[in-house]
Design a protein around this ligand. Sequence first.
Ligand SMILES: NC(=O)c1ccc[n+]([C@@H]2O[C@H](COP(=O)([O-])OP(=O)(O)OC[C@H]3O[C@@H](n4cnc5c(N)ncnc54)[C@H](OP(=O)(O)O)[C@@H]3O)[C@@H](O)[C@H]2O)c1
Length: 278
Amino acid sequence: MADQKVAVVTGSSSGMGYETALALARNGFRTYATMRNIEKAKTITDVAKKENLSLHTVKLDVTDERSVDDAIKIIKSEAGRIDVLVNNAGYGLMGALEDLSMSEIKAQYETNVFGLIRVTQAVLPTMREQKSGIIVNISSIGGKMAIPLQSPYHGTKFAVEGLSESIAYDLEPFGIKVVIIEPGAIKTNFDTGMLVAKKNQNPSSPYYNSMRKLQSSINSHFKNAIPPSKVAEVILNAITTPNPSLRYTVGEDAALLAQKRKELSDSEFQKLVLDFFK
Ligand SMILES: NC(=O)c1ccc[n+]([C@@H]2O[C@H](COP(=O)([O-])OP(=O)(O)OC[C@H]3O[C@@H](n4cnc5c(N)ncnc54)[C@H](OP(=O)(O)O)[C@@H]3O)[C@@H](O)[C@H]2O)c1
């Protein structure tokens, strides 16, 4: 279909990326479900085949410039245009700053921030020439507030917030919109896949006990996590509405935290966080 809108989603092998790619394909988008490990494509491909969806899988590792350029070239040559980019690929890194190695921290920024920038830069010329497009950046409620022992993760998500808000101004004259998604706890591979600084895992670390306590609080918080299809719904809504908001929280926990962050002073909010993790 010549007028079919084209969507690109990063990190589509699981979780929010997987659900978002399917939701977009089910709602008429020619969807490119990209993933760094194409061997994980079977599940989404099987669903797409069964439902006769316009969903295509392409290898894309956001940390690899060549991989990003190749993937976007393939998509551009096959589909001729790109209307939606969902920058979703990411992971969490926990650890006391003192215990984190620079390589652990750099890897976190390489995926969550530089990866997002890399893919956005590869897609922008196409959207700018079209004079239309929408970029959806998956931040987190952790892009608006911080909890203990997650400084690199929060650093990346605060960066995504600032970067997204700024480029929204740059891109508006070219008809390109920017949307930031701020989920709370979502049931995906995210929490089980969170990396912990190597040094922090050693019982001799001065932060070892605090980390154990934090991990158990996070585990119990994630028992109430909501399914990733809820995030996909919000994204679909944002990209199909004529005037999307700049930010969308997803989940009651995220909405409550965003509200408290607005209402409370820094010290009141810090007390709330400390009480929660006691
Ligand atoms: N789940 C939550 O509670 C939550 C809350 C707020 C924000 N988020 C954010 O939501 C986004 C999606 O995470 P999720 O919850 O859906 O977790 P997930 O199930 O672990 O999915 C993460 C996806 O990112 C991919 N990825 C990681 N590094 C990549 C790279 N270098 N290149 C391409 N893809 C890469 C993973 O691929 P592999 O399968 O190859 O590892 C996977 O497809 C992340 O940005 C995360 O920070 C999550």
